[in-house]
Design a protein around this ligand. Structure first.
Ligand code: UDP
Ligand code: MG
Length: 312
């Protein structure tokens, strides 16, 4: 049995060594059956040098995939899954917000319950601000309504997957990778395990509010065409309203013959309709943009360095 642990790293120079020390200590004899797959997502600090040094001296199985630039966490996850050769593959952050002890618990669950193919950890109590929690709740409510795939609230990328799940994920050809959706889309039996998130060891989070917002839009566009249906529906509704209004105005003018009055109505309607038109064009544009990215067929990431301790 081989367990691969995928660790995406972006500017984590202070955390790498500590993460390695912690996992070696926690896993103990299990390290003999473990392969560490670090993905350096185009860090601009000393992350790659730290990984190089670690790779040179580690007695354990370790791979390092280095990107040519920052391609984002989703790309890093895909590279990690593609390079992992284990029968089980775990995904964990490099900042020790997720304790490696939980991976052993997840492994126990999969060993005891052959009917499960994956274990996903979810945060029991979220340590986030109220505003962020509110927006995240809104996002999950919307995505739940507009997509067929079920995305469990608060379930993170912190997971353990069996080989069949990993293969299914790697075989998806899409370039816009929204992992949360992909994990649900591939199906399989997932066990949801609560966990407590720790404070980040060093450095800062890479997710700003706007980055999260763009990520949420990406997720909705990648997994649902409902916004397009809504846009068409709004268009249809407006057509009906305009025809009715047209009749009312013509009849009113014929009876009272006052062509000047009604300026505010015209301006309001003009603003409303042009606003809705722009919104709907924007929605269509989002899908067009996704289509454009997919048809260009560029790789999700470009690898610059590939280190493998078994080939030393
Ligand atoms: N990460 C990455 N590429 C990015 C952003 C983040 O590989 O473009 C990694 C990061 O190094 C960390 C994990 O993804 O190991 C989670 O990132 P972070 O801690 O910033 O997210 P948060 O825990 O705040 O959700
Ligand atoms: Mg973190």
């Amino acid at each position: 049995m081989l367990l691969s642990v995928v660790i995406p790293c972006y500017n984590e120079e202070e955390n790498i060594r500590l993460f390695y020390k912690t996992i070696v200590q926690v896993f103990g004899p299990m390290m003999k059956n473990t392969e560490l797959v670090f993905v350096n997502d185009g860090s601009t600090d000393g992350t790659m040098e730290h990984l190089h040094k670690l790779h040179n001296k580690t007695p354990y199985k370790m791979k390092v995939v280095g990107f040519s630039r920052n391609f984002g966490k989703e790309a890093a996850l895909l590279a990690g899954l593609r390079n992992a050769s284990g029968d089980f593959v775990a995904i964990i952050d490099a900042d020790l917000q997720q304790r490696p002890e939980y991976i052993l618990q997840m492994l126990e669950i999969l060993n005891e319950h052959p009917e499960y193919d994956a274990v996903a950890a979810y945060q029991d109590k979220r340590k986030e601000g109220r505003v962020l929690t509110f927006f995240k709740d809104c996002f999950y409510k919307i995505i739940d309504k507009v997509t067929d795939v079920e995305m469990v609230r608060a379930a993170s990328d912190f997971r353990l997957l069996r080989r069949n799940v990993v293969d299914a994920i790697c075989n998806l050809p899409e370039k816009c990778r929204f992992s949360k959706g992909i994990f649900s889309w591939v199906g399989f039996n997932t066990y949801y395990m609560p966990y407590v998130v720790e404070e980040r060891m060093y450095g800062t989070t890479k997710w700003s509010f706007w980055k999260l917002f763009a990520y949420a839009i990406d997720g909705i566009v990648a997994f649902s065409t409902t916004p397009l249906v809504v846009a068409s529906f709004i268009g249809l509704l407006l057509c009906v309203v305009s025809v009715v209004l047209m009749f009312v105005i013509v009849i009113k003018t014929l009876i009272w013959g006052d062509p000047v009055a009604g300026y505010p109505t015209i301006v309001s309607l003009l603003l409303l309709t042009s606003g809705i038109q722009l919104l709907c064009t924007g929605i269509i544009g989002q899908y067009l943009a996704k289509n454009y990215t997919e048809t260009k067929n560029r790789p999700v990431y470009v690898v610059k360095d590939l280190l493998d301790s078994s080939k030393k």
